[in-house]
Design a protein around this ligand. Structure first.
Ligand code: ARG
Ligand code: ZN
Length: 876
C-alpha cells in the first residue's frame, strides 16, 4: 500500500472556489460544500477524483443535478466522477461525528469546543475533496451553531459577517482572500476568550492579533502574544516578509497530536506551546513557546504562500521553517554566546533523535521516495535534518547569498505548490552556483561520516587536512554517492589564537574557512603555517555529519579552553566526556572497578569557574552526553552499563567539584521578579545544574539544599529543578513534596503533565510504578499530552528501566501501543517508534523486543502503526 514519489501525476481538475457551510453539532455536524472545478489539461485523467475518510456522504450534485450511486465510483475512500466538461460545480453534503473523533484529525471536540486539524490528510475527514496540497483554492466558510454553547466562531481569513439565526443559534461568515491547499483549512468554535492587540506593519497597515484560550487562562497569553509580535518584526527585518492578512489568530487546545498547526490566519496550538506564566511554565517552556509561535508564523510564507506540490516535499516547508525559527530564537538572544547555546541545543536534538532515526529501520531521505502513511513522516529527519540542509545553503552561500536565494524563491513561486528542487534551483540561480551535487542531501538517507587526517610539514610550512567521507547503508539504499559537505575549519596557534588561514593559492582569511568536500577523499593544503596548529573542525556544526579525528586529550582540553568557536569549545568537552563514558561503560560491563582521572574534572572545573563565560554556556559544557547519545556510539547497546557509567561519572564529578558547584549555586541566584530572558534563564540553568550534581551525593546537605529551594521557589523552573532533585534521591521529604506539588497544581493540566513526566523518568521508577501511575485519577490515555507525559516519558526517557532485563518494559510498551493505536493512530505509531533500534541490543534483549514487536504486529492496527512495526521487524 506504499505510494511513490515517482508516481506523481498532476490533478485532473483544479478547484477555483470552495464555499462551505457547517451546522456544528458534536454528534451530527452537517457540512455543505460547493466547489467549482476546472479541468487541468496537463492531466490525462478525465474523472474528478475526491478523497473521503470516515465521512458519511449524504448527497452529491453535479451542476445542480443529483448524482446517484451509478454516476460515480466509490472505493477505499476514493470517489471518482467521470465528467466530460471543463468547468463544473459540485455540491457535496456530508455528515460527521466530531464527538466520536478520537484521532484528532479532521473536525473534533476538545473540552466541549470544536477544533480542526487537516494536515496532512485530515480535510477528507470533513468532506470529499481533492485533498492534495497542489490543489489550491479560495475559501468562504459559513459557521452556524448554538449561541450559548459556541459563542465564538472562527475560520481562516477575514470575518465578513456575523449575526443571529433567531432559534438560539448564530452564524459567522469568513473569507480567506488567499488561495490555499485544503490542509490549511481550519475552524474553531466554542467558549473561548482572547487577548488582542493591534500593531502597525512595516508597510503601515494595521493588523489585529489575537490569542484565544479557555476562560481562566488569560493570565497565560502574554508571552505568546509577545512572541508573535517579535516573529512578525523579525520576518520583516531578516527576510523582508510582511504579514499579508488584516487579522492573525492563535488558538490553544488541550487535545492536540503535535505541537501546532499553521492554518492560514488561524494557527491552532497545543496548549503546551501557548500558555505560560512564571507559576506554571519553565524557562524551557518559555523558549519553546517563542520557537513554536515563530515557527507557525513563519510558515505563512514558507509553507502557505509557497506550499508543497506533494507530501514527499514536506521538508521544503518544514526544514526551511525550522531553520527560520532556529535563527529567530538565536537572534532573540542576540549575543554570540547565546547563539552558540541555541546551536548546541539544536545539535543535541539532532544527535539524540535524528542520528538514531537515520541509522534505524525508519531511516528516510529528507525528501522520501515512498511512504505508507504520511503522518509517520513528520520526523526529526524531515524537520531537523531538513533544517540542517537549509543551513548548509547559508554556510555555502553566506547570509547575503542565502537571502538572495530566498528572494528569488518567492519571486518565482509565490502562490505555487512546488518541490524541494525548486528551492535548490532558486538558491543556485540567485548565486550563480552549481548546486547539482547538493541534491544528494535530499535523496540519500543516513548520517555521513567524515574522517579527517592532518599533517604538518615544518620545513615547507604547510598543513594538510585530508577529509574522506562515507555513508552507511540505509533501507533501500545500499550504496551512497559523495555528498557536498561544507566543513568549517579554523586552526589554533600555540597561544590559542585563530591563525590567518591561507588555502593553497587563495587569499588569506582570519578565523574560519569553509572547506567544500565533494569527493570521497580530498586534501586541503594550508600554506605559510608557522607552527603545528590545533585544528578546530566542523565549527558551529557546519554539516549534519559525524566528524572523526584522532584528537589527543591535550588537544581537546586546549580547544575547550581556547577555541574562538564556542560550539567547538563545547564539542571538545563532549568528545572528552564521551571517551570517558565509553571507557566506563566497558568497565561496567566487565564489572571492573570504575574510576575517573583528574584531567576531565580539571577541564570541567576550569569551565565551571570561568566567570568570563556566560552561565548558560557553562551549563551546556557541564552537561554530560545523554545515555541515548552514548548508546549510538556502541556496537551493542548495553543500557544498564551506560546508566551505571554515566551515574558514576556524575557522582564522581559531584564529589570532586562539590565546593565549586556550591559556589556556582550561590553565585547564580536570580533575584526579584521572574523573567525568562536569556541572562536570567542561563543563571537558573547553571544554578540548577549545580543542584542536580550536588543531589547526586544524596546526603543530608544535598537534601536540605533541594528542599530549601523547593520551599522558596517563585517560578516553575526552580520548583521543577528542586522537585526533580528530591524525586531522584532518598530525601525524607520526597513523597511529601510530590504530593504537595500535585495538590498545588491540580487545576493546571500542563503542570500535572510535568508531574507525571518527572516521575516517569525518575531513577527509581520501574514498570510497576508506571502502571500504578496510570491508575491515578488524573491520568488519561486519550489526552496526547498526558499519554506522552507518562507512557512516552518512560519508554523514551528512562532507558535503564525501560530496558529492564526481564523484558517487562517491552511487554508494557506493546500493550500501550495497541491501546493507543485504537484511540489515536498518530500517537500509537509514534510510541511504536520506541523499539526502532532493537537490533542494536544484546541477543537476550533483542529476543524480548522481537516478541513485543510481533505481538503488536499481530493486533488489528491502523496503517500508521502497521507501517512502523513492519519496518522495524524487517530491520537487519
Ligand atoms: N505543519 C505542522 C508544523 O510543523 C505540523 C502538523 C503535523 N500534523 C500531523 N498531523 N502530522 O508546525
Ligand atoms: Zn512546521
Amino acid at each position: 500500500p506504499a505510494i511513490y514519489r515517482k508516481d506523481y501525476t498532476p490533478p485532473s481538475y483544479w478547484v477555483r472556489t470552495v464555499h462551505m457551510g457547517f451546522d456544528l453539532d458534536p454528534s451530527a455536524t452537517r457540512v455543505a460544500t460547493r466547489i467549482t472545478l476546472e479541468r487541468n489539461f496537463d492531466s490525462t485523467e478525465k474523472a474528478v477524483v475526491l478523497y473521503g475518510d470516515e465521512v458519511e456522504l449524504v448527497q452529491i450534485h453535479l451542476n445542480g443535478k443529483a448524482l446517484s450511486k451509478r454516476d460515480y465510483a466509490l472505493k477505499d475512500g476514493v470517489l471518482r466522477i467521470p465528467v466530460a466538461v471543463n468547468e463544473i460545480t459540485l455540491d457535496i453534503e456530508t455528515l460527521i461525528r466530531p464527538d466520536k473523533n478520537t484521532s484528532l484529525m479532521g473536525l473534533y471536540v476538545s473540552s466541549g469546543n470544536f477544533f480542526t486539524q487537516c494536515e496532512a490528510e485530515g480535510f477528507r475527514k470533513i468532506t470529499y475533496f481533492p485533498d492534495r496540497p497542489d490543489v489550491m483554492a479560495q475559501y468562504t466558510v459559513m459557521l452556524r451553531a448554538d449561541k450559548t454553547k459556541y459563542p465564538v466562531l472562527l475560520s481562516n481569513g477575514n470575518l465578513i459577517e456575523e449575526g443571529d439565526l433567531g432559534d438560539g443559534r448564530h452564524y459567522a461568515l469568513w473569507e480567506d482572500p488567499f488561495k490555499k491547499p485544503s490542509y490549511l483549512f481550519a475552524l474553531v468554535a466554542g467558549q473561548l476568550v482572547c487577548q488582542e492587540e493591534t500593531i502597525k506593519l512595516k508597510s503601515g497597515r494595521d493588523a489585529l492579533l489575537q490569542v484565544w484560550v479557555e476562560d481562566g487562562n488569560l493570565d497565560k497569553t502574554q508571552h505568546a502574544m509577545d512572541s508573535l509580535i517579535n516573529s512578525i518584526r523579525w520576518d520583516e527585518e531578516r527576510f523582508g516578509l510582511e504579514l499579508d492578512l488584516d487579522r492573525f489568530m492563535i488558538v490553544a487546545v488541550g487535545d492536540f497530536n503535535m505541537g501546532a498547526m499553521e492554518n492560514k490566519g488561524l494557527n491552532i496550538f497545543n496548549t503546551k506551546y501557548v500558555l505560560a506564566n512564571p507559576r506554571i511554565a519553565t524557562d524551557v517552556d518559555y523558549a519553546n513557546i517563542e520557537a513554536v509561535v515563530g515557527h507557525e508564523y513563519f510558515h505563512n510564507w514558507t509553507g502557505n504562500r509557497v506550499t508543497c506540490r506533494d507530501w514527499f516535499q514536506l521538508s521544503l516547508k518544514e526544514g526551511l521553517t525550522v531553520f527560520r525559527d532556529q535563527e529567530f530564537s538565536a537572534d532573540m538572544v542576540g549575543t554570540d554566546s547565546g547563539r552558540a547555546v541555541k546551536r548546541i541545543d539544536d545539535v543535541r536534538v539532532l544527535r539524540q533523535a535524528q542520528f538514531p532515526e537515520d541509522a534505524g529501520p525508519m531511516a528516510h531521505p529528507v525528501r522520501p521516495d515512498s511512504f505508507v502513511e504520511i503522518s509517520n513522516f513528520y520526523t526529526v529527519t524531515i524537520y531537523e535534518k531538513g533544517a540542517e540542509v537549509v543551513r548548509m545553503y547559508q554556510t555555502l552561500l553566506g547570509r547575503d547569498g542565502f537571502r538572495k536565494g530566498m528572494d528569488l524563491y518567492f519571486k518565482r513561486h509565490d502562490g505555487q505548490a512546488v518541490e524541494c528542487d525548486d528551492f535548490r534551483a532558486a538558491m543556485s540561480a540567485a548565486n550563480g552556483r552549481d548546486l547539482t551535487q547538493f541534491e544528494r542531501w535530499y535523496s540519500q538517507a543516513g548520517t555521513p561520516r567524515v574522517t579527517a587526517k592532518t599533517s604538518y610539514d615544518a620545513a615547507s610550512k604547510t598543513y594538510d587536512i585530508t577529509l574522506s567521507q562515507s555513508c552507511p547503508a540505509t533501507p533501500g539504499q545500499a550504496k551512497k554517492l559523495s555528498f557536498h559537505i561544507p566543513v568549517a575549519v579554523g586552526l589554533l596557534d600555540s597561544s590559542g589564537k585563530d591563525m590567518t588561514l591561507k588555502l593553497d593559492g587563495e587569499v588569506a582569511t582570519i578565523g574560519t574557512v569553509v572547506l567544500e568536500l565533494t569527493s570521497a577523499q580530498q586534501t586541503f593544503r594550508f600554506t605559510d603555517v608557522n607552527e603545528q596548529p590545533v585544528p578546530s573542525m566542523l565549527r558551529n556544526f557546519s554539516a549534519p555529519i559525524v566528524l572523526e579525528y584522532d584528537y589527543s586529550e591535550e588537544e581537546l582540553a586546549f580547544l575547550m579552553a581556547h577555541d574562538s568557536d564556542a560550539f567547538n569549545r563545547w564539542e571538545a568537552g563532549q568528545r572528552l566526556a564521551t571517551r570517558r563514558l565509553l571507557a566506563l561503560t566497558s568497565s561496567a560491563q566487565k564489572s571492573d572497578a570504575l574510576s575517573i582521572d583528574q584531567a576531565l574534572s580539571d577541564s570541567l572545573r576550569a569551565t565551571l569557574n570561568d566567570t568570563q563565560l556566560d552561565p548558560a554556556f557553562r551549563e551546556t559544557v557541564l552537561t554530560l552526553p545523554a545515555e541515548t547519545v552514548i548508546a549510538e556510539q556502541m556496537d551493542v547497546i548495553d543500557p544498564q552499563a551506560i546508566h551505571t557509567a554515566r551515574r558514576f561519572l556524575r557522582h564522581s564529578l559531584a564529589q570532586a567539584l562539590r565546593a565549586d558547584f556550591v559556589a556556582a549555586y550561590k553565585a547564580n541566584q536570580t533575584r526579584g521578579n521572574y523573567s525568562p530572558d536569556a541572562t536570567s534563564s542561563g543563571k537558573r540553568a547553571l544554578k540548577n545544574l549545580a543542584l542536580s550534581y550536588i543531589a547526586e551525593l544524596d546526603d543530608a546537605d544535598a537534601h536540605a539544599l533541594a528542599q530549601a529551594q523547593y520551599d522558596v521557589a517563585n517560578n516553575m523552573t526552580d520548583r521543577m529543578a528542586s522537585l526533580s532533585a528530591l524525586a531522584n534521591s532518598q530525601a525524607p521529604g520526597k513523597a511529601a513534596a510530590l504530593a504537595q506539588f500535585y495538590s498545588d497544581f491540580e487545576q493546571e493540566p500542563l503542570v500535572i503533565d510535568k508531574w507525571f513526566s518527572l516521575q516517569a523518568t525518575a531513577r527509581t521508577t520501574d514498570v510497576a510504578a508506571v502502571r500504578k501511575l496510570m491508575l491515578h485519577p488524573a491520568f488519561s490515555i486519550k489526552n496526547p499530552n498526558r499519554a506522552r507525559s507518562l507512557i512516552f516519558s518512560f519508554c523514551n526517557g528512562n532507558p535503564s528501566r525501560f530496558h529492564a532485563a526481564d523484558g517487562s518494559g517491552y511487554v508494557f510498551w506493546a500493550e500501550q501501543v495497541i491501546a493507543l493505536d485504537a484511540i489515536n493512530p498518530q500517537v500509537g505509531a509514534r510510541l511504536a517508534r520506541s523499539l526502532d533500534r532493537w537490533r542494536k541490543y544484546a541477543p537476550e534483549l533483542q529476543e524480548k523486543m522481537h516478541a513485543a514487536l510481533k505481538r503488536v504486529a499481530a493486533a488489528k492496527l491502523s496503517k500508521d502503526t502497521k507501517e512502523v512495526v513492519t519496518k522495524s521487524l524487517a530491520a537487519t
